[in-house]
Design a protein around this ligand. Structure first.
Ligand code: UGA
Length: 426
């Protein structure tokens, strides 16, 4: 039998091979089919997955693109706001360099004083609660080795080591100081006690920023330092007027009892760049109204008078007073007097194209009717008098407010390089 199968295979060699091949192919097909099917399934799935992945990647890319453009905007703003180099300063050796504290140093007057002291080469410590002060006013010094900014309310004690203190912290614009009268009184009384206490502890000389408002609605004209004033102790301005009067009283009590070296500046109306857009005082109000062709608001009859000094003149006076040996109060102001009606016309003539009408509003309660400093003392003891004319100063203020309006109307601040700009730091 075995022999016959063998013979049959030998005899039909080709047919047998073909049959075997066919059987092998059949078996192979059955064996490979699941694998082939699986491969096709997985290929489809992989394709689907890769499409999904591509979609995810695309979404992520557009999210990242949005993030990048947000970062680009922030960077552009930061580049504009924070110069990479600092304004030039003088070099002072260790012996001449003082550590100077400026309370309210991020405010309008304070920040101009900080610029002056920094440029002179001193170490300056600014303390501000940012109620009316703004970081922006001193940001060109942030990061400088001689500069320090402390967010602190002087109503609470402060323990630092300094050689001199300029105590300027307090809101000064009537709408601001009337907003929270209790806080205004606290700042000028408790805050002043804290600063006088600090001056006593570290044996520092302290300059107190007082005000023409200590004269109230004056019955003497012009006002000299010997005039005791005419203040309504319970009126809406009393929180500031009486607060500053107590600050002066405290200063001389500490001088007499604790031998603290005090200097007292009675500051008259001051204006210039870095005043707040919503400061509410006459200079900023009139300029902003004229620039925007809105009507100019005069409170009362407009015959009340003021004398306006440019901020850098005031800074020169403050520094001269601090460095002098004169200890009684000193008026710092510009003796050129204008009534508010005239002042409105002056602003209109300086702001090109201003077409504002004049609108008379009810008078402000207890508004001082005449104010002009007698600066005989300042001339005699400090050799100081204002240098900047009203026209020059107002043009700078107008330019500043023009930029502020532009700035507040733009989503991204205009790219203006302020690097090494020693002239205009605002
Ligand atoms: O600028 C300053 O340095 C002084 O400003 C204020 O004193 P005040 O003179 O009343 O300041 P303004 O609010 O600018 O008022 C000046 C005059 O203009 C008037 N005014 C103000 C704003 C306005 O829109 N329209 C207007 O007619 C006021 O009624 C006032 O008669 C502060 O009380 C002082 O401490 C500060 O030293």
């Amino acid at each position: 039998m075995r022999y016959s199968v063998y013979n049959f295979v030998i005899k039909h060699q080709r047919g047998t091979i073909v049959c075997l091949l066919f059987l092998c192919l059949l078996a192979g097909y059955h064996l490979l089919q699941p694998i082939l099917n699986y491969d096709m399934d997985s290929k489809a799935k992989t394709e689907e997955k890769s499409i999904r992945n591509q979609r995810d990647v695309f979404n992520e890319i557009s999210l990242l693109k949005n993030k990048i453009s947000e970062l680009e905007i922030s960077l552009e703003q930061a580049e504009f706001r924070i110069p990479k180099t600092f304004p030039n300063i003088k070099f002072l050796n260790y012996k001449d360099r003082k550590r100077i504290l400026v309370t309210g140093g991020a405010g309008f007057v304070g920040s101009h004083l900080v610029d002056y002291l920094m440029k002179e080469g001193h170490e300056v410590i600014v303390v501000d609660n940012f109620f009316t002060g703004r970081k922006r006013n001193v940001e060109h010094w942030i990061g400088h080795g001689n500069f320090e900014l402390i967010h602190h309310d002087i109503v609470n004690p402060l323990l630092i080591e300094v050689d001199e203190i300029y105590h300027l912290a307090s809101p000064a614009s009537p709408p601001h100081y009337m907003l929270n009268p209790v806080k205004t009184i606290k700042t000028n009384t408790v805050g002043t006690i804290n600063m006088l206490g600090l001056a006593r502890r570290v044996n520092a000389r302290i300059l107190i920023a007082s005000t023409s408002e200590v004269y109230g609605d004056p019955e003497i004209h012009p006002q000299s330092e010997s005039y005791w004033g005419h203040v309504n102790p319970i009126g809406p301005r009393a929180c500031y007027d009486e607060g500053k009067r107590v600050a002066e009283t405290l200063s001389y009590a500490y001088a007499k009892q604790e031998k603290v070296q005090v200097r007292v500046a009675r500051i008259f109306n001051t204006y210039g760049p870095r005043m707040h857009m919503n400061d509410g005082r006459v200079v900023s109000n009139f300029i902003l109204q004229a620039l925007q062709n809105e009507s100019i608001t005069i409170y009362g009859h407009g015959k009340q008078t003021r004398s306006f000094q440019y901020v850098t003149d005031l800074v020169d006076g403050l520094v001269a007073l601090m460095n002098s040996s004169y200890t009684l109060p000193i008026n710092l102001g510009n003796p050129i007097e204008h009534n508010i009606d005239e002042f409105a016309q002056i602003i209109k003539s300086i702001v090109n194209g201003a077409d504002s009408s004049i609108r008379y509003l009810p008078a402000v309660e207890d508004d001082p009717q005449r104010r002009r400093p007698d600066i005989t003392r300042a001339k005699k003891y400090l050799n100081w008098e204002p240098k900047v004319s009203l026209d020059t100063g107002l043009r700078k203020a107008v330019e500043y407010f023009r930029r502020e309006i532009l700035r507040s109307s733009m989503p991204i601040f205009p790219k203006v390089s302020r690097r090494n700009s020693d002239k205009e730091l605002w």
